[in-house]
Design a protein around this ligand. Structure first.
Ligand SMILES: Nc1ncnc2c1ncn2[C@@H]1O[C@H](COP(=O)(O)OP(=O)(O)OP(=O)(O)O)[C@@H](O)[C@H]1O
Ligand SMILES: [Mg+2]
Length: 352
């Protein structure tokens, strides 16, 4: 590793915070850049911070004069912020990966191109597009904004016979995607780390439980037929190599009743469903991210036992209290200043 290696992080949320924590253990200091960095989860504990807009070129130039590598903590960082990085700065996840993950249509088109199965979907830019696509529907579907969706926001469930005009008004965007509702048995996520030399490592997959589009509970490693795990590993490796990801790539998939995998989306960053790796894996997702950017070798990803992770959402303090009282539970609070309904405030993990 380079002496005095400094990692830049674009974004100030909990994923940035846990990256800072992992970096600290390796003696690496972090510089967090965000428009709301003061008192933010990552800003509270980093070594240096820049409080500026992601499009502020002067602030970005200064930031880049102080870091050796940069990583995006969430995929909706305006791409200009990453594009401003000088040639010698290691860029994570990479410009193509970032741009692809910012657009649901783009990521589904990429999956399709690579032979990764997706549910049937349509690009929707007008009421006419929607009305046309809905003529092909013979079951339930979901209309999603193509950009800026997270935690199930910007999604409407729909069925044949619904009025396209009302739906289009409600979704309130200029570009959307209509996709078939998958009748899944479970939701699974895969996670891969890829370093600057293109070497990869894949974590064992996780099974996820959502409530109204928000992840509430994960268990890992997922117990699945070996051919399902092999297919998932193949899909995520193909996608990561194609996008030339540097750092982490997560892929969310549906497991159908017939035990086949259907692509949902990618996230080129640490993923909520792999927070269990902090205690459950010899090397966590955050440590693996730091290693892939700083030139350190990948760590061992053996898992000890079976793990659970529960998100602490909004005002639900009860689980936190229980977590602190229980000897087998690991509590993580993100230090968020404001509690909002369904906001991710922390998480708890435990071994089965
Ligand atoms: N085509 C689909 N068929 C069935 N369920 C779906 C489909 N698309 C989304 N869902 C459900 O809604 C959840 C959220 O959808 P999606 O992952 O696309 O959105 P998101 O806002 O990016 O969510 P997150 O940030 O939590 O990953 C999924 O995990 C799944 O439970
Ligand atoms: Mg999702």
């Amino acid at each position: 590793m380079m002496k005095n290696f400094k990692l830049g992080i674009l974004g100030s949320g909990q994923l940035g915070r846990m990256t800072v924590q992992a970096a600290a253990n390796y003696g690496i200091s972090c510089h967090v850049f965000a428009p709301d960095v003061k008192d933010s989860p990552a800003g509270q504990i980093c070594n240096t911070l820049s409080n500026a807009d992601y499009t502020d070129k002067i602030a970005l130039k200064k930031f880049y004069s102080m870091v050796d590598a940069v990583t995006c903590e969430f995929e909706n960082v305006p791409s200009i912020a990453l594009e401003m990085a000088p040639k010698e700065c290691i860029k994570s996840p990479g410009i193509t990966a970032l741009k692809t993950a910012q657009n649901r249509l783009c990521e589904k088109d990429t999956a399709k191109f690579l032979g990764i199965p997706t549910a049937p979907y349509w690009k929707i830019e007008s009421i006419d597009d929607l009305a046309n696509a809905m003529r092909f529907l013979d079951s339930n579907a979901i209309l999603k904004t193509a950009k800026f969706g997270y935690d199930g926001k910007g999604q409407i469930r729909t069925k044949t016979g619904d009025d396209p005009e009302i739906l289009w008004k409600e979704i309130n965007t200029d570009i959307a995607i209509l996709e078939y509702l998958v009748d899944f048995k479970s939701e699974i996520s895969f996670l891969l780390a890829r370093n600057i030399d293109g070497e990869t490592i894949i974590f064992p997959p996780t099974i996820n439980y959502h409530d109204r589009g928000i992840l509430v509970h994960s268990t890992a490693p997922a117990i699945l037929p070996s051919n399902v795990i092999e297919a998932g590993n193949d899909y995520i490796k193909t996608m990561a190599d194609h996008l030339e990801v540097v750092g982490l790539l997560a892929m969310e998939l549906f497991l159908t009743q017939e035990n086949t995998l259907i692509f949902n989306e990618i996230a080129p960053r640490p993923h909520n469903s792999f927070h269990w790796t902090i205690e459950g894996c010899k090397t966590s997702q955050f440590q693996q991210l730091i290693r892939s950017l700083s030139g350190l070798p990948f760590g061992d990803i053996s898992v000890i036992g079976r793990w659970h992770m529960r998100n602490i959402l909004g005002h639900s303090k009860e689980e936190l209290t229980k977590g602190y009282k229980s000897s087998g539970k690991y509590v993580h609070e993100y230090g968020k200043q404001k509690t909002k309904e369904n906001r991710k405030m922390g998480h708890i993990t435990w071994n089965e």
